[in-house]
Design a protein around this ligand. Structure first.
Ligand SMILES: [Zn+2]
Length: 438
């Protein structure tokens, strides 16, 4: 009886609070073809019922369509960030952050994530893969955005990262025993069977993707940045279980040995990879493992270091990672390892995600390849090529526009002025405010 009542209630709820209405034609000087990496001119897109229905100057304008002229601009697929932490952002004092974490309830932390989600969408990121957040807040945020109750990107949620006791993914890392009611993070386990159970539990409660911490990290306070933190058998069990359930696995890995174990286990991407060696890069190339360098994460940590905001234990780890990471990215690009776009937003302020483009270009990618990393390549990494990543008929109408030509100056990608997600316009700085969803 109760189930029937619940179903009836669900039936009357609107599918989306921001339903797209009449057809829209977007016109701009150029359009970025994320397949070829080339610009088409002029850029014309027809959007009908949340999807792209036609592309190119010869596309017929449907009757009653609204035509939006964006002028000297480039239309691009909505950007995808493969590595965010939407449920947090560092404050100006790490000691205060520690106290805040103890005092804030789950609803408070959920509300605090709302402006982070909004800032991410407004910066042109219409989809994110959220790689780690406690208490399933990212699942709630994802569902709320999907139902039109909050403004933000489409989210693929990992929930809490999986890792060993005391490792980088253990939120209880560096706390004194007896201080916390729950002394370890929700993704913590030890042993292959225990990790297999964790994967099942995460999927049960709504995870779309699995994140693992294969090595230590820069910001965790009582581990090495480069030591492996999972055994080969543990990683094998995690990847086997996730892939059996058709879910991708992202591995946080700085050190080469931990990364090699993760790559051998078959993870879909290596995140950060600050100390990847030739063997690891070769293995990634052979197995088609994506590399998500998150170059802007180290920039964000550097800014905190310069302001004196790092805990003493974090400083030598940051310095070691910074000294190595740039060369690793150069090596990876020159060897043809597939580079995907991810930022680690949440380590620095949300909304700055597009700064990663210029850092990828500094690291050896052509501007078109940096743009492809955040669009067509990331759609492949996320398993969403049928819906996202290129501006083609039949795909979801996730579309952004930047002024001028981003292939001439990649930093134009930081100046997104138009954002459409599934046919709904969330930002258009060249229109009257009434023309925008919110
Ligand atoms: Zn991260």
């Amino acid at each position: 009886m109760r189930i029937v009542l619940l179903l009836a209630l669900l039936w009357v709820l609107p599918a989306s609070a921001a339903e797209p209405s009449k057809p829209v034609v977007l016109k701009a000087a150029r359009l970025f073809d994320a397949k070829s990496g080339k610009l088409l001119s002029p850029g014309v897109l027809v959007v009908t019922a949340g999807k792209i229905s036609a592309v190119g100057a010869s596309a017929a304008v449907p009757a009653g369509a609204e035509v939006i002229e964006l002028g000297d601009a480039t239309l691009l697929p909505g950007f995808i960030d493969a590595h965010t932490h939407l449920t947090g952002q560092p404050g100006e004092d790490w000691r205060q952050d520690v106290i805040d974490r103890m005092q804030r309830t789950i609803p408070e932390r959920t509300m605090e994530a709302l402006p982070y989600a909004r800032a991410t969408l407004m910066a042109g990121f219409t989809t994110v893969r959220n790689l780690g957040g406690e208490d399933f807040i990212d699942v709630g945020l994802r569902n709320g955005i999907r139902r039109g109750k909050a403004v933000g990107p489409r989210i693929l949620a990992a929930t809490s990262g999986l890792g060993s006791t005391g490792g980088h993914c253990d939120g209880g890392n560096s706390w004194r025993k007896g201080l916390l009611a729950q002394e370890s993070g929700q993704g913590v386990a030890d042993g292959p069977d225990a990790f297999r159970a964790r994967v099942r539990e995460h999927l049960k409660y709504g995870a779309d993707v699995i994140k693992v911490c294969a090595t230590g990290g820069v910001l965790s306070r009582n581990d090495d940045v480069d030591s492996p933190q999972l055994t080969q058998a543990e990683l094998d069990a995690i990847v086997d279980e996730a892939h059996a359930r058709k879910r991708k696995v992202a591995a946080h890995a700085h050190g080469a040995e931990g990364a090699r174990r993760a790559i051998r286990a078959g993870v879909d991407s290596i995140e950060h990879g600050s100390f990847l060696d030739d063997e690891a890069l070769e293995l990634m190339k052979r197995k088609g493992t994506f590399y998500v360098p998150t170059a802007i994460a180290l920039r964000g940590v550097k800014e905190r270091y310069e302001k004196g905001l790092l805990a003493p234990e974090q400083i030598p780890k940051f310095k070691a990672a910074e000294a190595s990471a740039r060369q690793v990215l150069r090596k990876a690009t020159s060897r043809g390892v597939r580079i995907a776009f991810g930022t680690d937003a949440g380590v620095f302020a949300h909304g700055r995600n597009a700064e990663e483009f210029a850092l990828l270009v500094e690291g050896g990618l052509a501007p078109a390849d940096a743009l492809r990393a955040a669009t067509s390549v990331n759609a492949e990494l996320l398993g969403l090529v049928n819906q996202l990543g290129t501006l083609e008929a039949g795909k979801l109408a996730d579309i952004v526009a930047v002024p001028g030509d981003p292939l001439q100056d990649i930093r134009r990608a930081e100046r997104v002025f138009f954002v459409m997600k599934e046919g709904v316009i969330y930002r258009n700085d060249r229109a009257a405010p009434a023309a925008v969803a919110r």
